[in-house]
Design a protein around this ligand. Structure first.
Ligand code: AYL
Length: 538
């Protein structure tokens, strides 16, 4: 319990201690113990880096970016699928004293532009297969002098004036080390999230946020008897590094404990299976659609899980039944190949809860140093009884500094004394294991990816026949949720569903398309201040 009426649920794992180091230093901290082990390997072309090579490359990249005229605290946009060089870029940006804003490589040029502008990017790192789209975005919104660095992923080519990524490493060798002048309280990552409402916003994460969250998880795994991670772990990385799950739940922590990461740029079933065939994979980091794939695909066989000791799943709800089906199909011992959920948010760097054992539908318990409150949505009073639902509030060293250039959104999300309102509804059972039951916020989650309804609504309103639009998520068998639109048309206009879908098509990425269809209605229910009543629409 805390002051006033606060009923704080502390972690049974106690408090974490973490080093006051910058994230790139933290990641390579143990690397001297195994300098010649492979740290990174491309699952497609086999390109490899040892820990020693990866650590050195990180520092050379930082020096080269400095040498291009970038200054401490400048934002570098990273728009690339998962490659070893994507990870090196992330850490290199940190080692140069800059901030990385990761952009979804599947984005359209329009979507990229919005983030480049909001983040005030001063340089771009991308890869050849998407370089033409990224270049179009850059040309439309940034100065032509903005450094445009391109990883050669063997598909596509480099636009004129590009700097080959490999030059950063070779040239950086002969440059002097960077005098960093950065502390743990400086911002290092700027992923985008729509939070509880509105358009995507830059989430300001400090070095301290990232480092503490890694140690919070690490401190808790013993208490929760989590399958242990070792420096011999082999982990395929199919979750995108641009998302906080891929970044600070997979890539950074696993590398820091010495795992080998096999990068996968795009989920293709055959490629994924090929990687499982060729490697003794020890842990799988998943989102619910991947669990469904592992169960349903005829390509997947029991032997693929022979060395797997952990299957982690997060980013969207998963039903217990889906986990049971997986175990039943392959007749796998759930004590040896353990399934656990994780629950996180971009705003919390990301992890808050991890599963404690056999309750597969539970997100488990709050990890070390993660304080929790459950606040009744109607009465605003703290809940301390099992079975009662409320909004989850989170506090700890892993909570973001705020949203970039958006004081209103920050104030609505973070209380004055540091509580982050997640917008998720949950309850706990008699063992203090938590369950997410609903979402209070507007967010739609398609395959674990964020789709902010406000973004689609704004686009729909740009259609000449559309008077009003509201978008909600509806359940989808494989994707979890998909967006569905309700539209009020202007007088005497009769657009078809396909007219509207075509209008949206080229403007937003594939996973944001209106798979849930469109329903034409006479009016959209709103409250007195004009806010769309989404719960009512559902
Ligand atoms: P964002 N069950 C239900 N919903 C979830 C879960 C879960 N296990 N995990 C995340 N969500 C939803 O910012 C929830 O609505 O970060 C939450 O507010 O893209 C929202 O997703 C946050 O979406 C890890 C590491 C999960 C990472 C993550 C995902 C972070 C997603 C567990 O161990």
């Amino acid at each position: 319990t805390g002051s006033n009426n606060e009923k704080i649920i502390m972690s049974s794992c106690g408090d974490v201690s973490y080093p006051e180091t910058l994230i790139h230093e933290f990641v390579w901290n143990n690397s001297e113990n195994y300098p010649n082990h492979i740290a990174l390997e491309c699952g497609i072309n086999g390109k490899k880096y040892t820990f020693a090579q990866a650590k050195d490359a990180t520092s050379y990249i930082g020096r080269s970016l400095r040498n291009m005229g970038l200054k401490t605290g400048d934002v570098v946009a990273l728009v690339a699928p998962n490659f070893p060089d994507t990870i090196l870029s992330c850490l290199g940006i940190s080692s140069g004293g800059f901030i990385v804003t990761t952009i979804n490589p599947m984005y359209t040029a329009e979507e990229m532009m919005i983030q480049l502008l909001r983040a005030n990017a001063k340089a771009i790192i991308t890869s050849t297969s998407i370089a033409s789209t990224v270049f179009a975005a850059k040309r439309a919104c940034l100065s032509h002098k903005t450094p445009f660095i391109v990883i050669d992923d063997k598909i596509g080519s480099m636009p004129d004036g590009s700097i080959p990524f490999s030059d950063l490493i070779t040239r950086g060798k002969s440059l002097p080390p960077v005098n960093l002048n950065r502390t743990c309280d400086d911002i290092v990552a700027l992923p985008f999230s729509s939070g509880t409402t509105g358009l995507p916003k830059g989430v300001m994460l400090r070095h301290r946020n990232l480092v503490s969250n890694i140690m919070m998880v690490q401190t808790s795994i013993d208490v929760f008897q989590f399958p242990t991670s070792t420096f011999q772990d082999v982990i395929p990385a199919v979750l995108p590094f641009f998302h906080i799950y891929g970044m600070n739940a997979l890539m950074f922590p696993r590398l820091s404990f010495g795992a080998k990461i096999i990068t996968i740029p795009k989920f293709v079933p055959e490629t994924f299976i090929d990687i499982l065939d060729k490697n003794k994979v020890t842990a799988l980091f998943c989102v619910p659609p991947i669990i469904l794939f592992l169960t349903a695909s005829p390509l997947v066989k029991k032997h693929h899980f022979h060395h797997v000791h952990l299957i982690l799943c997060g980013a969207a709800p998963l039903a217990e039944m889906d986990v049971n089906r997986f175990y039943e199909k392959y007749n796998i011992d759930s004590q040896i190949c353990e399934f656990r959920q994780g629950y996180g948010l971009t705003e919390t760097s990301p992890v808050n809860f991890i599963g404690t054992g056999r309750k597969y539908s539970s997100i488990g318990q709050n990890i070390a140093s993660c304080q929790v409150r459950l606040v009744d949505v109607m009465t605003k009073k703290d809940i301390s009884t099992s079975g009662q639902t409320g909004e989850l509030w989170i506090k700890g060293p892993h909570v973001m500094k705020g949203y970039l250039n958006d004081e209103d959104a920050t104030k609505n999300t973070l209380t004055q004394d540091g509580w982050l309102k997640t917008g998720d509804i949950a309850y706990f059972d008699e063992d203090f294991d938590f369950y997410i039951t609903d979402r209070l916020k507007e967010l739609i989650k398609v395959k674990g990816f964020q789709v902010p309804p406000a973004e689609l609504e704004a686009l729909l309103r740009m259609h000449p026949d559309v008077e009003e639009a509201a978008v909600i998520g509806i359940p989808h068998e494989r994707y979890g949720e998909v967006p569905k639109a309700f539209i009020v048309v202007k007088e005497n206009k009769k657009p078809t569903e396909d007219d509207i879908k075509d209008f949206i098509k080229g403007k937003v990425s594939e996973y944001k398309q209106l798979r849930g269809g469109i329903t034409f209605v006479d009016n959209i229910p709103k409250n007195s201040s004009g806010k769309i009543l989404r719960a009512k629409m559902k």
